[in-house]
Design a protein around this ligand. Structure first.
Ligand SMILES: [Zn+2]
Length: 314
């Protein structure tokens, strides 16, 4: 049974797998695309699917069989994360893409039979420090006890610059005629971000954001309508509108700052191609984090909001 943390939030996709796994023939797609804004949720879901497929007992959330333990520690020999930072052959010097050497290594490994259910999780990743929003979000899944493949590893959605056409195409035969007990998973934000030849050979599942309901971004849409082009001259007005909305909803400034950070993080995801804008938003997110510290220091909400919006403006 899927872990309740995931079952509650992702009923549709977890039901699909539970039903398919119970079915003797295990007749489910062997290439699956998960898409949506929440890549961390997709990664944990992928790991949990791998655990369901490999568990030697009943795949109970607390199962401590060898396969479940390996998967929790991200050390299972047949459950592999494939990204530009993970599972590269030793002679692979590429660092920005999932290379054709990586995909050929996978193709070759499929020639041998395996005692395990092989699961290849394709995603992008970054090595670095998570922002506050990401850190907090990872804690939502703490109960699963799944480790990431490396220290300071941050899951990111696949796009065509990372899963390049040559690598994707070299996988097609494996995806189309995979050996038994083999599953390919591709994690991305938007199906458009993956080459059509893979999409057409895969079953796609939309994975809703884990925390979508808990951040109210609706009231921000109006307040931040001019963002990222807020003018200094309008800041006092914008701040007043925001403070009024806070009062109306009975929101604390800490919560509003969380919502704002979430809102901007979503905006980054929608504008990945606009490097200048992404840079600006990242800077502004760090200003929000500074504002949160001010909130902890009991500085008046009005001052915090005005300061923050001034720092956004030009
Ligand atoms: Zn188990």
């Amino acid at each position: 049974m899927f872990h309740p943390i995931l079952k509650r939030k992702f009923e549709y996709v977890t039901n699909y797998f539970e039903t398919a796994i119970k079915n003797e023939k295990r007749s489910f797609a062997q290439s699956i695309v998960l898409y949506g804004q929440d890549i961390a949720a997709q990664y944990y879901l992928a790991m949990e699917i791998a655990r369901q497929l490999n568990c030697m007992k009943d795949a109970d959330p607390a199962c401590d069989c060898l396969n479940c333990s390996w998967i929790r520690n991200n050390q299972h020999p047949a459950v592999l994360t494939v990204s530009k930072n993970d599972n590269k052959p030793s002679d692979d010097t590429s660092s920005k893409v999932i290379s054709i050497k990586q995909t050929l290594m996978i193709n070759n490994s499929l020639i041998n039979s395996s005692d395990y259910y092989r699961v290849f999780i394709f995603c992008d990743s970054e090595i670095g420090e998570m922002n506050e929003f990401e850190k907090k979000h990872i804690q939502d899944f703490g109960g699963l006890n799944f480790k990431f493949p490396q220290e300071n590893w941050i899951p990111k959605p696949l796009n065509r610059d990372v899963l390049i056409e040559a690598s994707a195409n070299s996988l097609l035969k494996s995806i189309e005629e995979p050996p038994e007990r083999t599953l390919f998973l591709f994690l991305t934000e938007d199906k458009e971000d993956i080459i059509e030849t893979i999409i057409s050979r895969s079953q796609s599942f939309y994975v809703p954001s884990f925390n979508a309901q808990s951040y109210d971004t609706e009231f921000l849409t109006a307040v931040l309508a001019d963002y990222p082009a807020i003018k200094k001259i309008n800041v006092i007005n914008t701040a007043a509108v925001l403070l009024e909305a806070m009062q109306e909803h009975d929101y604390k400034v800490e919560y509003v700052l969380d919502c704002m950070e979430f809102y901007l993080a979503q905006m980054i995801k929608r504008n990945l191609n606009n490097k200048m804008l992404v840079q600006k938003i990242k800077k502004d997110i760090s200003k929000i984090q500074h504002a949160k510290k001010q909130a902890q220091a009991y500085i008046k909400p009005q001052l915090i909001i005005e300061d923050l919006l001034f720092s956004f403006a030009f």
